[in-house]
Every structure is written in C-alpha cells, then in structure tokens.
Design a protein. Structure first.
Ligand code: HDE
Length: 695
C-alpha cells in the first residue's frame, strides 16, 4: 500500500552560467547549456537588450536560434492516424516456418527481433482524444536481420473500401467537415454517413465500426490484423497466401459507449497513459501472431474474393496458426523522435514476404513513402533512428535534404571497377518478387467477385452476442441521431436492412423512423453464412483481472485490514489497484497508518476503472454521501454494469445512489469476502443488469 512520504523542501532554482570561470573542464562543459553550434550559454533567462528596460537587440543570436528552432518544432501531422502511441519490444517466432517462408525472423525461435509498435486512432488530429468511436491502427516495424518488415494493420480485419482510388474521398468524408471544421475525431456527422450510404462496399466495415471493437478498453487489449492477403514465399520459390492476426495475451475488452464519452473528458489520454504506465511498471503487453495460410485452389472455393479487403476469412474456414509472440517492454525515450517520426510502409517487406494483387494494398504501396516526403521532409527519413534498419544498410543513394551520413570514396555508382570492395547486388540473398503470372487488358473495372457487399456484414452481426448486438443498435442510434439530412438517414437504413431486417427495425425504432428505410437493391443477393463465434469479443472472453484496474474509494477511518487483503489478492491476479481519497492528501486508516491515495475523487470517476470498491468508514460515508462526485462514481459504476465491492460501513453510499444489491455488488466483509468479489470482477461486467437498468 502507498504510505505517505514526507514532503521535501522545494529545491533551489539553479541557473546555468554562474560558475564564474572562463575556462571549463570537460566535465563542466558536459553539463553546460550550449547553442546548436556548441557555444556555451551564460544566461538562459534574459535576452540581450539595450539598457535594462530597453528594446531587444536583433544581434542576439542565442535568442534567435532558440526561438527559430521552437517556431519549427511541429511537423505536419499524419493525414490519417495522427493520434498514436508507441512502444519498443521484441518478436520471437515459436518455431521454424521455413516450409512457408524464407523470412529468417520467422524461421528461428532463438532470434529476438526488435520491434517498434504504434497504435493510433484514424480520424482525429494528433491532439484529439483517445476514445472516439474509430478504427485503431496497429502498426509494427520488425527490425529483422534481413531488413525492416512493417506490418501496418488495423484492429479490424476488413476495410471501408476496395480500391485505393476511393481513399481520399473516404478520409475527406470522415474528417472534420471542410466549411465548419468539426466534428473532430467522430464519424457521427452528415458527410461520413452520406459517403458510406453511397458506398455499399463499406457496409461490412461499418458494422465493425459500430461494434465494441471501435471503443477498446486498452491498446493492450486489442486484436490486430494485416487486413490484406499477403504472400509467404519459401526458399524453393513456392508461394502461399497469408493473412496476419494479432491476439492480446490478456484478452480483448471494450468500454461501453457512455464510458467512452465520459473517459474522453476525464482522461483524454486514457489509452496512451494506460500503455505507458503498464510498460513502466513492468507489466509488458504481449500479443500472439497467428497466420491463416491457404493456396489458390482454397481461395477459389470461397464465396468471396481474397483480394477484396472488405472481406475476411472466417477462422472456422481457415484456422489460425500461432507463429510467434510480440512483447512490448520499453517506452520511447522521446515521443517526437520515435512515435511521431516513425515511418511505416506496407511496402517494407523482407525476402519471404510478398504482396497480393489486392487493389487497396497496391495503392498503399505507393502512398506511404509519398506521405513521408512531405511529413518528414525528404527521402532520408530512413536515417532517423527509429526508422533505421538494424542490419547493415548500404547503397549508392546519395545526398538530399537532411543527409546524416558521410559516405567515403570516389565511387557512388554501380557497376564500377574503381572500388572492388564496394557493394553489389546479391541474387541469392536479395529480395525476389514472386513471379505471379499477369495478363489482361488495361481496364478501370471492379471485378464481379467483389460485388457481394452484405453477406459478411450479416455474418458479423449475427455472430455477435446479445449485448454486442445491442451496442451496435445503440451506436447506429447515436451516429444517425447526429445526421441532419433525413435522406441520408433513410439511405443508411436501407443498407442496414440489407444487412439484417431485424437490426434495421431496431435502429428505425430507436430513431423513431419506423418504415423509412429506402429500398436499395443489392448488386448481389446476400447469402446467410454460418455464424463465426470467433468474431465475438464477449463470446470468447475468458475471466481475468490481468492488466485490469480496480479503484478503491477510501475515507478517514477506513478498515486497513480489509483493504490490505484486497490489495494482496488483486495484485496476485495481475490487477492494478489504485486508491481514491476524498482529496489527494493522506487518508488515515482505522489503525495508526496513513496512506497516500493515488487520486482524489474529483479527478477519478469510476469510468477510469474496470471495477470499484467502496471501502469508506461509516463516518466517511455519512460525510461523502451527498457529494456529486461520489454519487456519480457509484451510480456510473453500477450503470456501466461494473462489479462493485463494498464494506458494510460503506452501505450508505449504495443506498444514497439508489442501488439494489445484485450479483455484481459484493460485500467484502461477509461471505466469500475479497475472494468472492475478485471472482466476480474477473467476469468484467454483469450483463444481466443491463435489462434491469434498461442500458
Ligand atoms: Fe493507411 N495510411 N492507407 N491504411 N495506415 C497512413 O501513412 C493509406 C489503410 C494504416 O502508425 C498514412 O505514414 C492509403 C488500410 C496505419 O504511423 C498514409 C490507403 C490499413 C497507419 C496512408 C490506406 C491502413 C496508416 C498516413 C488506401 C490497414 C498509421 C501517415 C489505399 C491495413 C501508421 C503515414 C503509423 C497511415 C495511406 C488504407 C493502416 C497517408 C492510400 C487498409 C496503421 O500514407
């Protein structure tokens, strides 16, 4: 338990440059503030002026250098995925995959390949909140011994569009509307829904975007997907199609929409903080990498096209094969240098991994280098430390803006005879493209095999558990409730009807628009596929507290023994327990120990925790029971279906909040006590309560 530290005296302010010595030793210089030219700075508090109260002089090169650098601190943010959080770690293969691929890092379990992962929202700007309804980017750079491999995926296995040529339209439609500059980081507005109501191909992805996947509880609890079909190529040159899947070790979880809304206010950096703090405390996030591999004949047998990024291959049709794990164990030293400057590119592949003809992927292969040229300023972005390969890298590309290398010698071309030691191509080790046969007329067409837009959207909806389906209905009701143009709403409903008639009725009812769905004839009549339970997060969730957070509300006089026992048991389950006091100052227990809470109640609403415990004294409960922050803490925890632990002395808070004790409201000082509470808390939420409170 966090015991109160003695407050220390504030340290005296230290001003550099007051050493009073003209000549410094090397040690002194190392700690001396300098300009970018290495000139020691004597005064970092005052600019150069003419007279004590006179104007500042243009001559002040120290001031000008400092301000100029500051003025240029920002670089253009990413056009999409601007808001992100990253971490370093490693990837380790489970075994030898050489029958499928010659990529060395997948064939040797003794190799720990360094990685840098960046998770992001898509639509919002760099300073936007962490929990809008949005797709999350899931990008991993593997610094392999054969070059960098970037798996630039999302937390949803399909995409909105089939052809890269529609990407600028999609992004324009989802981002802030151009005349009014809002909404920030939100799909709930007319231009987005107008666009997708005219794009039947987006409807599978829309169902995912309206689901719990778009409001993850933590970046550490997200699945990730490579989305496109790629190729593995082995040393014999044999190619196999492959889809990549990441699965978090601590399981997946999402927040409820009302929690997301409130978290955005209470802690806009909720996900970034969660990732950073987990790594700081040594609770390293881990994912398992799996693949689905299949050949052309299998692909030909599917009722969809594996080159169409709006389709997935149900795991029940092609099972996942686990091939390795990723552990993130180090936070960036500097957010800008690493997380902001990291440059991912689906075209960064290594020998043994190759592309398919997916037209979305093909467009991406152009886009990512192009965007770095404007974002990072030129073609030398691979020299930025976070982007640099960790294997030897040498060629005759030269010069250009911000060149950091100093190449030696006369020779900067190949072939050459002047430098026999200079680098040459290597047919054996070098990357070779799989010689897929290509033929056909040059056409601007969409294949007939891409035309079934609703079957998999229906598959997704029907594979959800009842609470997950309810959330989809609520999400549509919220989003369309923000759409001002009635025709757009009616057109959207028309697509929802094609996905599932009952879903459409529920959404119509929620909007008060019964029978108003337009009739939109599908290009291809949807088929009913067998439900895929693997698509449901709730369905496959296992009881756990690993990586989850419990908030314990205390007041003076709280029962130390109960709280100490809870802490020990919860930490044994891998949970993080944080103490919340009436204020941030120390709280006295019923013994002679005082504790320092992690939070004051005013700054720690229950939305920031997976489960809460009320452990106040009777006097504390009396004193706090009319405080809005306390009542909201308790009511929200209940309304968000959370498991609430309480001590008998805290009962007044439950009564004041009007809460009936149900299976999810567990007393700590009777019956099974803390163990019974934790067993319930492992289940996450008490879903049947939703019916009682009509959530
Ligand atoms: Fe991206 N995408 N994208 N994208 N994407 C970018 O590259 C683009 C797509 C994804 O953390 C940009 O460096 C096009 C699918 C992630 O830095 C840009 C198309 C998937 C990230 C770009 C797509 C993604 C990006 C913006 C359609 C999932 C963030 C900044 C053809 C498989 C990576 C940048 C990071 C970023 C273009 C579609 C994932 C503009 C043209 C599909 C995770 O180049």
């Amino acid at each position: 338990m966090a015991k109160q530290k003695k407050p220390t005296q504030p340290e005296k302010a230290f001003h550099a440059g007051n050493a009073g010595e003209l000549h410094q030793t090397t040690d002194q210089r190392d700690s001396t503030l300098t300009t970018n030219q290495g000139v020691a700075i004597s005064d970092n508090q005052n600019s150069l002026r003419s007279g004590e109260r006179g104007p500042t002089l243009l001559e002040d090169f120290i001031l000008r250098e400092k301000i100029t650098h500051f003025d240029h601190e920002r670089i253009p943010e990413r056009i999409v995925h601007a808001r992100g959080s990253g971490a370093h770690g490693y990837f380790q293969a489970y075994g030898d995959l050489s029958d499928l691929t010659r990529a060395g890092f997948l064939c040797d379990p003794s190799i720990e390949t360094p990685v840098f992962a960046r998770f992001s929202t898509v639509a919002g700007g760099a300073g936007s909140v962490d929990l809008p309804r949005d797709v999350r980017g899931f990008a991993v750079k593997f610094y392999t011994q054969e070059g960098n491999f970037d798996l630039v995926g999302n937390n949803i296995p399909v995409f909105f569009i089939q052809d890269a040529i529609k990407f600028p339209d999609l992004v324009h439609a989802v981002k802030m509307e151009p005349d009014r500059g809002y909404p920030q980081a939100a799909t709930a507005h007319d231009t987005f829904w107008d666009f997708v109501s005219l794009m039947p191909e987006s409807w599978h992805m829309i169902l995912w975007a309206m689901s719990d996947r778009a409001i993850p509880r933590s970046l550490r609890m997200m699945e990730g997907f490579g989305v496109h079909t790629f190729r593995f190529v082995n040393a014999k040159g044999e190619s196999t199609f492959v889809k990549f899947h990441w699965r978090p070790k601590i399981g997946s979880a999402s927040v409820l929409w009302d929690e997301a809304v409130k978290i955005c206010g209470a802690d806009p950096d909720f996900h970034r903080r969660d990732l950073f703090e987990a790594i700081e405390r040594g609770d390293f996030p881990e994912w398992e990498l799996s693949v689905q591999t299949f050949d052309q004949a299998t692909a030909d047998g599917f009722p969809f096209d594996v080159l169409d990024a709006t389709k997935l291959i149900p795991e029940e049709m092609v099972p996942l094969q686990p091939i390795g794990k990723m552990v993130l164990n180090r936070n960036p030293d500097n957010f800008f240098a690493e997380t902001e400057q990291v440059a991912f590119h689906p075209g960064h592949v290594v020998p043994g991994i190759d592309f398919s003809d997916d037209p979305l992927l093909q467009g991406r292969l152009f886009s990512y280098t192009d965007t770095q040229l404007s974002r990072l300023g030129g073609p030398n972005f691979h020299q930025i430390p976070v982007n640099r390969p960790r294997c030897p890298m040498h060629n005759f590309q030269r010069d250009a803006i911000m060149q950091m290398e100093v190449p030696h010698g006369r020779v900067n071309y190949e072939p050459n005879s002047l430098d026999p030691a200079s680098v040459r191509e290597n047919p054996g080790a070098g990357f070779t493209t799989h010689p897929a046969t290509q033929s056909g007329d040059k056409l601007r067409v969409r294949s007939e095999t891409f035309m079934d837009h609703y079957s998999q959207a229906r598959l997704f909806y029907r594979s959800m558990t009842a609470p997950e389906q309810d959330h989809i209905v609520n999400a549509f009701a919220f989003e369309l409730g923000k759409v001002e143009t009635p025709e757009v709403r009616c057109r959207v409903l028309g697509h929802v009807k094609n996905v599932d008639a009952e879903l459409c009725e529920r959404v119509e009812q929620a909007l008060g628009m019964e029978g108003q769905a337009y009739n939109i004839p599908p290009a291809v009549e949807p088929i009913d596929m067998a439900p895929s339970p693997a698509l449901s997060l709730l369905g496959k969730a296992k009881p756990t507290l690993a990586g989850r957070k419990i908030g314990v509300l205390l007041s003076d006089g709280f029962e130390l023994a109960i709280v100490d026992q809870l802490l020990a048991l919860a930490e044994g389950e891998g949970a993080v327990v944080e103490l919340i006091g009436p204020h941030i100052g120390e709280v006295e227990s019923d013994g002679d120990t005082a504790v320092s809470p992690n939070h004051a109640i005013a700054a720690a609403p229950s939305v920031l925790f997976d489960s809460v415990v009320l452990a106040v004294s009777e006097a504390g409960a009396e004193a706090m029971k009319r405080e809005a922050a306390v009542l909201n803490f308790v009511r929200d925890a209940y309304a968000h279906l959370k498991i609430i632990g309480f001590t008998a002395s805290s009962m007044a808070l439950l009564e004041m909040a009007g809460i009936d004790v149900d299976d999810g409201v567990v007393e700590l000082d009777s019956g099974g006590g803390a163990t019974a509470y934790l067993d319930m808390a492992k289940k996450g939420r008490l879903w049947p309560r939703a019916a009682v409170i009509k959530a």
